[in-house]
Ligand binder design. Structure first.
Ligand code: ADP
Ligand code: MG
Length: 642
């Protein structure tokens, strides 16, 4: 019976790992090597940055040893190591709250892809896919005691101090007692193959120890001796010249640092040699990281100073809206002992970060342009990119004012004019005549929006309307307010043009839809409007004759400075209980028989029924839940019966 129990989340995770992960088991080795590499990085950093560790001299290395007969495989490093408390903390609990999201995702994913595991910062536990028992022997740098952590992954774990022996140096050995499925990894070729694929560019040498057999004439093993070979290339890949690197070098490195099995969508390798000297290598994944929408997401960019690893857990290295970017920043100008706490205020780093963001956004734009003019491949890359990252880029519109001009060229929307995604520049280029504004409609469901009566008059006038059904659009677009283009003029000057963005479900967005009804007709319908207004009382802010309706009898719009009802509902759902009740403006179509029919009646109940139904159907068609559906049904039935 084990002495210690895992944290509940760890138990849940282990249960899943042991019972339902079966694709890509090999990634356990990538994860263990990645942890060994992190441990070496941490110690290397301390030996240059911290007086207390300067006396430690060590040749960083990772060793893999297997024994087919004993059914074991071990990964060792001489890095930072763990003491008793570290072992309990690191291998008994999960620090990052993203685990729940991981468990949910895994629970829902029929494929149960173990590849996901590294992305959530729980890579160590993946070794239980291939091991029935794991023993971690570790000694922390600067301390004397060696501890062994052991577990079968099912009934808790033990941590014991090794009384005699112990490790000669600081560091960690993770020994796997392989299970049935794990046995296939206890051979030289599969280990070499996995290392080449996922860990070739780990910046420390990885050695593999294996038996080299001597054969006699008959092909029988005569003798065998232990050999140890270095199996990875082991240098900081991003420091090498682009011309020396192949596409597959870049892809291998991505798989290692991105904890991904897939190739990246594309990468950007930059060497800056001006006032600041630094190298960046950024990758864009093909698929959005699974923790993209977790507050507690795992940052994807690592910071190095002169090839010494500093941190991979600093969210400030990238703006949050670019949190899907993976890669490395390596600076020549930062001091090695830069404290992680004050990194955010460091001028050098701020400059590198700003330049990196500009570079990335520029590359995204180039990709978009290439998709417009180029072949199918460019189109496909862009489509993949935007399908995955449109939403975080939209966040950028309200987070990163300095790069707004670049970001507004990247975000994409659905539209009444074209299939698929379109951008603001595309919209403007399609505008006819002297259209002054960009029109859009927001709401939760694309099909509901496309069917909205609010679009009728725009359709009749052949004016394009952007369909904004992404939740985030409601927040982003008001902050965007207008779209601006700088157009190069004849004499070297640039001309600036801008278009206001107008929601069709707001008062004031109808000015381009043609003249109001002629005065005589308006005068005739005025009493009807008054009747409806009186009947609806304070359910509406206003009742107006509509310019935007063609076929439908009524629609609702929000007053120019009010939130839309949909937005109010969303904010309420997000926990804003203080939201005042927003009242819609009801617009009616004077030409519609239901409305026109009210001219000749003074029957109070009938007017109330028609007015109620006009309002409620306008709400329904916008996908808004009625406060009193029974009242609507009662009125409707009364009208149908008469
Ligand atoms: P992550 O590496 O994303 O933090 P893991 O589940 O892979 O998540 O590892 C959990 C933690 O265990 C690490 O953060 C580290 O503190 C500790 N750890 C694992 N392996 C080693 C090792 N070889 N040396 C030192 N610490 C380690
Ligand atoms: Mg790890």
């Amino acid at each position: 019976m084990a002495q210690r129990q895992f944290q509940t989340e760890v138990n849940q995770l282990l249960h899943l790992i042991i019972h339902s992960l079966y694709s890509n088991r090999e990634i356990f080795l990538r994860e263990l090597v990645s942890n060994a590499s992190d441990a070496l990085d941490k110690l290397k950093y301390l030996t240059v940055a911290d007086e207390a560790y300067k006396s430690i001299s060590f040749e960083p290395r990772i060793d893999i040893v297997f024994d087919k007969d004993a059914k074991t495989l071990s990964v060792s490093d001489n890095g930072i190591g763990m003491n008793e408390a570290d072992l309990v903390e690191s291998l008994g609990t999960i620090a990052r709250s993203g685990t729940r999201a991981f468990l949910e995702k895994l629970g829902a994913d029929a494929k149960k892809d173990s590849n996901l595991i590294g992305q959530f910062g729980v890579g160590f536990y993946s070794a239980f896919m291939v091991a029935e028992k794991i023993e971690v022997t570790s000694r922390k740098a600067g301390e004397d005691a060696t501890f062994v952590w052991s577990s079968n992954g099912q009934d808790g774990y033990d941590v014991e101090r090794v009384q005699t022996g112990g490790r000669d140096t600081q560091g960690t050995t993770v020994l796997l007692r392989l299970n049935e499925e794990g046995l296939e990894y206890a051979n030289r070729w599969s280990i070499e193959d996995i290392i080449k694929r996922y860990s070739n560019h780990v910046a420390f040498p990885i050695y593999l120890t294996y038996d080299e057999n001597q054969y006699d004439d008959k092909g029988n093993v005569k003798s065998s001796k232990k050999k140890t070979d270095k199996v990875n290339s082991g240098a900081a890949l991003w420091r090498r010249a682009k011309s020396e690197l192949t596409e597959s070098d870049y892809h291998e490195f991505y798989k290692q640092i991105g904890h991904d099995n897939d190739d990246p969508l594309f990468y950007i390798h930059t060497k800056a040699e001006g006032t600041l000297e630094y190298t960046t290598l950024f990758y864009i994944p093909k698929k959005a990281p699974l923790d993209l929408y977790n507050v507690d997401y795992k940052p994807g960019v690592k910071l190095y100073v002169k090839r010494v690893f500093i941190t991979d857990d600093d969210k400030e290295l990238m703006p949050t809206y670019l949190r899907f970017v993976r890669g490395v920043i390596d600076s020549e100008d930062l001091p090695l002992n830069v404290s992680r706490e004050i990194l955010q205020q460091n001028k050098v780093l701020i400059n590198i970060k700003n330049a990196s963001v500009k570079k990335l956004l520029g590359e995204f734009k180039a990709l978009a342009d290439k998709a417009l003019s180029g072949g199918d491949e460019a189109k496909e890359t862009w489509e993949t990119f935007i399908s995955q990252f449109n939403r975080p880029l939209k966040e950028g519109l309200y987070q990163d004012y300095a790069n707004r001009d670049a970001l507004q060229e990247l975000v994409r929307f659905k539209s009444t004019a074209v299939e698929g995604w379109t951008g603001l520049a595309n919209y403007v280029s399609r505008m006819k005549g002297d259209q002054k504004n960009i029109y859009y409609i927001t709401g939760g469901d694309e099909n509901t929006l496309r069917a909205s009566p609010l679009l009728e008059a725009y359709r009749a006038k052949d004016i394009e309307v952007l369909i904004m059904n992404d939740e985030i659009d409601e927040i982003v677009i008001p902050s965007l307010y207008s779209y601006r283009q700088e157009i190069p003029g004849a004499d070297g000057k640039t001309e600036s043009r801008s278009w206001e963005l107008k929601a069709v479900n707001r008062a004031g967005a109808d000015e381009e839809l043609g003249a109001q009804k002629d005065r005589a007709a308006e005068k005739e319908i005025r009493p009807v409007i008054e009747k409806i207004k009186k009947a609806l009382g304070d359910r509406v802010k206003e009742v107006k004759l509509s310019r935007r309706l063609h076929d439908s009898p009524s629609c609702i719009v929000a007053d120019e400075n009010d939130p839309t009802i949909q937005m109010a509902q969303m904010l309420r759902a997000m926990g804003q209980t203080e939201m005042p009740d927003v009242k819609p403006i009801l617009e009616v179509n004077g030409d519609h028989p239901i409305v026109a029919g009210l001219k000749n009646t003074e029957d109070g109940e009938r007017i109330a029924d028609v007015a109620g139904v006009l309002l409620d159907q306008a709400l329904l068609v916008e996908g808004i839940k009625l406060k009193d559906p029974a009242d609507f049904v009662k009125r409707l039935n009364r009208l149908l019966a008469n």
